[in-house]
Design a protein around this ligand. Structure first.
Ligand code: MG
Length: 237
């Protein structure tokens, strides 16, 4: 029941080269546009791996392929970095999956440095706080795009869907399918069909927990991979 990129027991090692990445990604999106045409929405997650000027260069090189968003181009703690990125590219920017409060993103929102705010119910202070972030974002035509990786439980997804159903400046909801085992431990009212998520009709967030079944899955350690540069230096994954 691991979050997909995680490895059972000890982490695997990946090799990272920013130069190769910056050359490869535009070629990737050129190929995708050739193969799938203009009508499909394409998104890319940079995983906080670039400097601001590298992110500006990547965004600029991806402009011909009209991404729906470029996610987490630089370490998200530095809101001021996005001023530099914004000066160099019109590729839409999405940030916020690691934010814990409105104070992590108020500069990004008020200076219109991003296009999508990706804060989640569980990380950013619950529904009330998320509503405040979304309302501030709405003043600047910034839309929501709640993080929805499988390390967030079905409770978070069920709650996010109710938030999404309300929020006037809804953009998109990230959805990674949980495993069958996780879905069984968390009986839920929401469903997914043909690219759309439905919150269901159960009162509240519509997600329960089967504690007896959960007890059959004791904790097993797992780690996200680690990155090394080509010279062996440890690098941010
Ligand atoms: Mg991400």
């Amino acid at each position: 029941m691991y979050y997909e990129p995680a490895d059972a027991d000890l982490p695997s090692e990946n090799v990272w080269s920013t130069d190769k990445y910056l050359n490869h990604v535009p070629q990737l999106f050129e190929t995708l546009r050739e193969k799938f045409g203009e009508d499909i929405r394409l998104l890319h997650d940079v995983h906080h791996r670039l400097t601001p000027i590298e992110a500006g260069r990547l965004g600029k090189s991806l402009e011909p392929y009209k991404l729906f968003w470029m996610e987490d181009p630089t370490p998200a703690e530095n809101q001021e970095a996005f001023r530099l990125i914004r000066q160099h590219t019109t590729t839409p920017i999405a940030v916020g999956e690691i934010f814990n409060s409105i104070f992590d993103c108020h500069t990004l929102i008020q200076e219109q440095l991003i296009d999508f705010i990706r804060t989640t119910v569980v990380h950013a202070g619950g529904i009330t706080q998320l509503r405040r972030i979304a309302d501030l974002a709405a003043l600047y035509q910034i839309r929501t795009g709640c993080h929805g990786a499988t390390d967030l439980s079905p409770v978070c997804l069920g709650t996010a869907l109710h938030f999404d159903t309300w929020v006037p400046n809804f953009g998109v909801q990230e959805y990674m399918r949980h495993t069958e085992e996780t879905d069984a431990v968390f009986p839920h009212a929401y469903s997914f069909k043909d690219g759309y998520l439905y919150a269901g009709e159960t009162p509240g967030h519509g997600v329960d927990i089967d504690e007896e079944l959960a007890a059959k899955y004791p904790y097993q350690r797992a780690y996200l991979p680690v990155n090394r540069l080509e010279d062996g230096t440890m690098w941010n994954w």
